[in-house]
Design a binder for this molecule. Structure first.
Ligand SMILES: [Zn+2]
Ligand SMILES: [Zn+2]
Length: 241
């Protein structure tokens, strides 16, 4: 099928949910995920560590965020990375569907309040090579969609990625930290030494928090005082419960 024919087909066929393929109601025609699939995403809920948002079955200090830079004070994720939520992230990252970011942002918008201080959304950057391969940065698509909902700006100039890192999924929590060490540096226009600015790091998935912590470390070293983080998904890590 030619691309023109495919475009025509998309125009003539009613829009369907990307995940379950039911037809979307006219009201939801702009979306890629239907309301039923969105309601199936399982929200991450308290009780949790007040700082990193990880549910804590044990007493004592949280293992997950104990080593984080001090400026990274609050991190939340919207939903558990299971079933449909994993498919949605996969579509965002690998199926060239940055438009799905708005469906994901709709689920994230209540997870964290960026506050009334001057806040800036900072997407976790991709290395240039991966950005060229994918054509877009999925975290930037999320930050852009969130920024429109929250009414706060997004800046891609705050943080730069100095190198790509190995895919995190196969690594243990300890090797993940080493894997991302030094992967970020403040960007061309960091503005991080403005004390009133609250930086909100945005990423698609939180696994151990190593990526957010390393990005926060780079901003903190450049003078940032308050850094939040928000992700759409949170991976279940069996060895941390
Ligand atoms: Zn659906
Ligand atoms: Zn914690």
């Amino acid at each position: 099928m030619t691309s023109a024919a495919r475009a025509l087909e998309q125009l003539l066929l009613p829009a369907e949910c990307l995940l379950c393929h039911t037809l979307l109601a006219p009201l939801d025609a702009e979306r890629l995920v239907c309301p039923i699939c969105r309601h199936r995403w399982r929200a991450v809920r308290p009780p949790w560590c007040e700082r990193c948002g990880q549910p804590e079955p044990h007493f004592g200090p949280c293992r997950l965020c104990a080593e984080w830079p001090a400026a990274l004070t609050l991190v939340r994720s919207a939903v558990w990375l299971a079933d449909g939520a994993r498919d949605a992230v996969h579509a965002l990252k690998y199926r060239s569907l940055p438009r799905i970011a708005d469906d994901l942002a709709a689920a994230m918008v209540q997870s964290l309040l960026p506050g009334d201080e001057a806040s800036v959304l900072v997407p976790i950057p991709l290395a240039p090579k991966r950005l060229r391969e994918r054509g877009y940065n999925q975290s930037e698509a999320l930050a852009d969609a969130l920024g429109r909902r929250w009414g706060i700006p997004m800046s891609r100039d705050v943080l730069t990625r100095t190198r790509e890192t190995a895919t995190q999924t196969a690594l243990t929590p300890e090797t993940r930290l080493a894997n991302v060490a030094g992967a970020f540096t403040p960007g061309r226009r960091p503005g991080v030494n403005t004390p009133a600015t609250r930086f909100v790091l945005v990423d698609d998935v939180f696994t151990t928090g190593a990526t957010l912590a390393e990005a926060a470390r780079a901003l903190e070293q450049a003078g940032a005082r308050t850094i939040y983080g928000i992700t759409f998904g949170r991976a279940v890590i069996p060895d941390f419960t």
